[in-house]
Design a protein around this ligand. Structure first.
Ligand code: 5GP
Length: 116
């Protein structure tokens, strides 16, 4: 699947509806369609990066912005104090299903470790 056609590109372009929670020049964030916790947000770079495995030094700022967005959202949405989890599934064995880098921001319940 080319980057132009991946699901999250279509969501960013508004071709597939989503519930957007944050956007800036580099990052787009929206609610996951199948939440695994009371809060489940996907934070993605606008740049066409397929997965964490593709990152180079040139992507350091963009990658950092995903984490900054997660931190801002945690404060803005009020779960910063209780805690939250950030997950980036990378590759088939880790369960990545959409070929566009995305950070899961999940909160609102207890989480176990190690994850499944
Ligand atoms: P992955 O499994 O690749 O780490 O995460 C992909 C995520 O995308 C899943 O949590 C899945 O629920 C979510 N997802 C798949 N299709 C859609 C969609 O059409 N809209 C939204 N908002 N999320 C989706």
């Amino acid at each position: 699947m080319s980057q132009n056609d991946n699901l999250f590109k279509k969501i960013m372009r508004g071709e597939i509806p989503s519930s957007k929670v944050y956007e800036d020049d580099d990052v787009f964030a929206f609610n996951d369609i199948s939440p695994v916790a009371p809060t489940h947000i996907l934070i993605i770079p606008k740049a066409p990066i397929d997965s964490l495995d593709e990152l180079t030094d040139d992507d350091a700022t963009t990658a950092g912005k995903l984490l900054v967005a997660a931190s801002k959202l945690a404060k803005k949405l009020g779960f910063s104090k209780d805690g939250y989890r950030c997950v980036i599934n990378t590759g088939a064995q880790a369960g990545q299903t959409v070929p566009h880098l995305h950070l899961h921001l999940i909160a609102g319940r207890d989480f176990i470790w190690p994850p499944g």
